[in-house]
Design a protein around this ligand. Sequence first.
Ligand code: MRU
Length: 362
Amino acid sequence: MQTRDDDFRTIWLSPEDPATVQVIDQRHLPHDYRVLDLRGWRDGYDAIADMAVRGAPLIGATAAWSLYLAALHGGAREVGRAAESLLAARPTAVNLRWAIERVSALASSADDDLPGRVRRDAEAICDEDIEICLGIGRAGLPLIEAVAARRPGPVHVLTHCNAGALATVNWGTATAPVYLAHRAGIDVHVWVDETRPRSQGSQLTAWELARRGVPHTLIVDNAGGHLMQNGEVDLVITGTDRTARNGDVANKIGTYLKALAARDNGVPFYVALPSTTVDWSLDAGVGRIPIEERDAAEVTHVAGRYNGETVTVRTTADGTPARNPAFDVTPARLVTGLITERGVCAASEAGLRSLFPDLAGA
Ligand code: MRU
């Protein structure tokens, strides 16, 4: 939903029909801006599984709105059925489970206006997500300001995948400090990793940075190390789909390699996350966070625009075997700091506990 020329929300209730949830259909970006109508919870499931919506916070928000549609059409029993299915829509982003557990709790209490309550909670989840992302932006802004104060010229931030407004309800996590810096008049420039195989960097991050007027340059996934070696990256900021209690972070495949290159070159490597992305039940992430394996066709084929049509072409020989793990885990020791809505902390259990003693448990 367009809110200003340079601004949008990714999910909203149709102003014309309170039984329709609408999302930006990200499968068609950057070439076409299309809105997808979700009229039942299965539409929400399909939107998540087929990546019409993606990004950990937005996956959670879409699940919450899907449960609203389930409550509207089938009451508490349908909410239960939908919750069970939705949980399996994508395995890595923990926001999915977080949102489903939060909304499902409403369905267990007797209520004659269950759809109304679930609707208010889905709205609250979205409003909170915007506030959380702005909090991340405020917490991360001083990191960019510090570089700008140190020397003249643009501050170069490298990011991977899309942890932008399109991955959340608005503002994004990794992009929020960049947007606030840009609005504050700081000369900030973003290196955008293409992010094969789904190309979230070239298709989504570049699109939203352009819309908001933030200078950026697209690079292939393998260019980051070279740029770091040549002093052309001041800091890396990525998002995460699930953060373990010890600060290990799962994010889009290739994030780990960027963290290794950053460490070798003394470039600070920050991960931006809402507290909803912390999986407090996991004491470590490496080997423990479920990693989604996607269709090998995403590796052997590429989609693009040709003569005004979106076409998919095979880039490999027929029958070339391919594998497509969609996420990897960056160990906490490679992470300079976690940028959260409550401030920046060390990527460690002590760091997370210091900011979130209320969520960390005993
Ligand atoms: O497969 P995707 O596009 O859902 O992966 C998204 C990411 O890896 C993002 O970096 C992550 O969800 C953080 S979003 C703020």
